[in-house]
Ligand binder design. Structure first.
Ligand code: NAD
Ligand code: AKB
Length: 318
């Protein structure tokens, strides 16, 4: 496999917030014919992108293996998961999808030798980590979702060390994007607020104004993903999940930043059950290791992220 050539890529959970944007980026870089998108949901949305789609439950290992064999897959982006808020509603299902799905992928990689991207999350940290989380901060999550992410990181390190599986991961912060709505996470307020602002609606934020979380604009996350997957294997000292440098702002600061462009926008704060999950996560993450190992640099700050979100959503509603 060259840096951009020779790829045969399978994406799981491809219809989600990250998947739809990753498909576009992968297609632009490696060509749409090198990709097969899969998800448990049906779609006809990919027809205009010219990307092949196959309905697939990642728990169905036989079907997964058939696709990997038939398409001669050499790279899997494994995005199928339940996120924090959905996971808390159904912990058993969260464990099943997030863990059994990952084990299926790792086991098939032992046989078919494909490279894996399996994302982790800032949800690996718990309330014993205050302020900025470093790469080696303790991992004591309070949510079932965070528990699956810590376990997923351990699985990745194990399959790499013991079975030579080339698996790579990032601890994504909350991702802010405009193309697809987020799917059942705690950081979703940071996306919903933009949709309300641009539609001229008041927004009721489900965390309090002082809530500070690690965040990132989607383009930076997609670039990090592709850069990590193209990095030489011998440079990588972490397999489970690299911390990334990120944005960090309170919900109130986000509201103020949006108000600079849309002065009539109104937001109030009524915390619900998701406040507890948000409170258990750090304010920010330190991505020094990603910088040293494979040179990752974040590009968007709060101002440029708000500007592109508002501009893109305005164009989208026209
Ligand atoms: P999402 O919820 O938007 O998308 C997940 C997709 O997985 C959905 O399209 C869903 O239909 C699909 N899916 C669920 N169960 C499935 C199954 N059994 N088989 C196949 N598909 C199934 O999530 P996302 O935001 O795109 O997240 C993708 C990955 O990135 C997840 O591992 C998530 O934990 C991680 N992550 C996301 C964020 C974020 O802010 N979006 C932050 C940190 C980590
Ligand atoms: C969530 O809020 O659950 C996700 C995440 C940070 O993992 N966005």
């Amino acid at each position: 496999m060259g840096q951009t050539g020779g790829r045969r890529i399978l994406v799981t959970g491809a219809l989600g917030q990250i998947g739809m944007e990753l498909l576009e980026a992968l297609s632009a870089r490696y060509g749409r014919d090198s990709i097969i998108a899969t998800d448990i949901r049906e779609t006809d949305k990919l027809e205009n992108l010219g990307i092949k789609f196959h309905k697939l439950d990642v728990l169905d290992k036989v079907e997964l293996e058939n696709l990997i064999k038939d398409f001669e897959v050499n790279e899997v982006y494994h995005l199928a998961a339940l996120l924090s808020a959905s996971g808390e509603k159904n912990p058993e299902l969260c464990w099943k999808i997030n863990m059994d799905g990952l084990v299926n992928i790792c086991e098939l990689s032992r046989e078919y030798k494909f490279r894996i991207f399996a994302p982790s999350s800032i949800a690996v940290f718990g309330s014993d980590v205050r302020g900025v989380a470093s790469q080696n901060s303790p991992l004591n999550p309070a949510t079932i979702y965070g528990i699956t992410k810590v376990s997923g990181e351990l699985l990745a390190e194990y399959y790499h060390a013991t079975h030579d599986v080339d698996i790579r991961g990032l601890r994504y912060p909350g991702l802010i994007s405009w193309k697809v709505m987020p799917g059942g996470g705690t950081t979703d307020y940071a996306v919903e607020i933009f949709h309300a602002a641009v539609s001229g609606e008041k927004y009721t934020c489900f965390v309090n104004e002082k809530t500070t979380l690690p965040m990132m604009y989607m383009d930076d996350a997609i670039r990090a993903t592709i850069e990590l997957m193209e990095a030489p294997s011998e440079k990588l000292t972490v397999r489970g999940g690299y911390n990334l440098d990120c944005l960090s702002f309170t919900a109130e600061e986000l509201y103020s930043a949006i108000k600079q462009s849309i002065p009539t926008f109104e937001c109030d704060f009524k915390p619900d059950h998701r406040q507890e999950y948000a409170d258990s996560w750090p304010d920010s993450t330190d991505g020094t290791k990603a910088k040293i190992d494979w040179g990752y640099r974040i590009k968007y700050d709060l101002k440029s992220m708000c500007s592109v979100m508002i501009k893109s959503l305005r164009q989208d509603v026209q």
